[in-house]
Design a protein around this ligand. Structure first.
Ligand code: GDP
Length: 301
């Protein structure tokens, strides 16, 4: 059974030095409660980073209690084949759950910018060799599986953050939609993203560096965005007797780690195996740099 996360498989862009030091990845997750954020994180890293509320059916009273978005951070070291990944997940409970969601983006943008500011301050000190990179490297945005298109809240939020973070939109709980529904839903989401000029992270295609096969893998990955996700840490039996991570239905099993059933593997490959370094580099060289330039201009330094 897969207990595999994938960062220790020595992909091409990682140097031996970083293999020895280990990696760090700071991931933010945003989306209404109950969309499977904690489950997906546990599934991705094959670890109980988050306790899952059992039925996930938040009662009306519980939802009403939420009056603002809060920021919760969980860190964990994951070791695979002797290589260490220091993972930080920043969760944003309350997003989309308030009676008034107009300002839901604010604490999230503040958190991203605050992490930029801390980095900026550290950079301006004399001893810069020990800077820890706490900047957010990617933001997983969970889209409710309605089958329609993006909501006003989705669009408003995405526009607030798209120039500050690598956005990775995912369709939550895609096992609740049919294949055709997912197909149409993806087209409409992409249309909204284009029309609203929202920038999402696109895996770079290095025509000159990559071989045909890697380019093909990247192209296929891109063609699946926004990834339709199923999360589950439960082991279930398939009809042909395999034990897999999945969700069991009267009509059969939806497998997490199966490209024919959902895009979970694609998401994991993007985040962990193929493009972790690119996410971090884009954060440092583009998103952070833009923020820094703007800030220095504003303060007149
Ligand atoms: P969060 O509030 O966004 O962190 O959501 P949780 O991860 O706590 O999940 C809420 C409920 O949805 C739980 O009962 C999960 O078992 C269930 N769930 C999580 N992921 C999926 C999924 O991909 N498909 C389905 N059908 N249910 C899911």
């Amino acid at each position: 059974l897969t207990s595999y996360v994938g960062f220790a498989s020595l992909p091409k862009q990682w140097h031996r030095k970083s293999m020895k030091r280990g990696f760090n990845l700071n991931l933010m997750v945003v989306g209404q409660s109950g969309l499977g954020k904690s489950t997906l994180i546990n599934t991705l890293f094959n670890k109980e980073l988050y306790p899952i509320e059992n039925d996930g059916l938040e009662t009306a009273e519980q939802l009403e209690e939420v009056s603002e978005v809060t920021i919760e951070t969980a860190s964990s070291d994951i070791v695979e084949n002797g290589v260490k990944l220091h993972l930080t997940v920043v969760d944003t409970p309350g997003f989309g759950d308030c009676i008034n969601n107009i300002d839901a983006w604010k604490p999230i943008v503040e958190e991203i910018e605050n992490r930029f500011n801390i980095f900026l301050e550290a950079e301006t000190r004399i001893n810069r060799t020990t800077i820890v990179d706490n900047r957010i490297h990617a933001l997983l945005y969970f889209i409710e599986p309605t089958g329609h298109s993006l909501t006003a809240l989705d669009i408003q939020f995405l526009k607030r953050v798209h120039e500050k973070v690598n956005l990775i939109p995912v369709i939550a709980k895609s096992d609740t939609l049919t294949e055709e529904e997912i197909y149409g839903f993806k087209q409409r989401i992409l249309e909204d993203i284009r029309n609203q000029h929202i920038k999402i992270f696109e895996p770079p295609q290095y025509e000159d560096l990559d071989d045909e096969e890697s380019l093909q893998i990247t192209k296929e990955m891109i063609s699946k965005i926004p990834f339709a996700i199923v999360g589950s840490t439960q082991k279930v039996q398939t009809a042909d007797g395999r034990t897999v991570r999945g969700r069991s239905y009267p009509w059969g099993v939806i497998e997490v780690d199966n490209d024919d059933h959902c895009d979970f593997i694609k998401l994991r490959q993007l985040l962990i195996r193929d493009f972790m370094e690119d996410l971090k580099e884009h954060t440092a060289k583009v998103l952070y740099e833009n923020y820094r330039t703007e800030k220095l201009l504003k303060t007149g330094i």
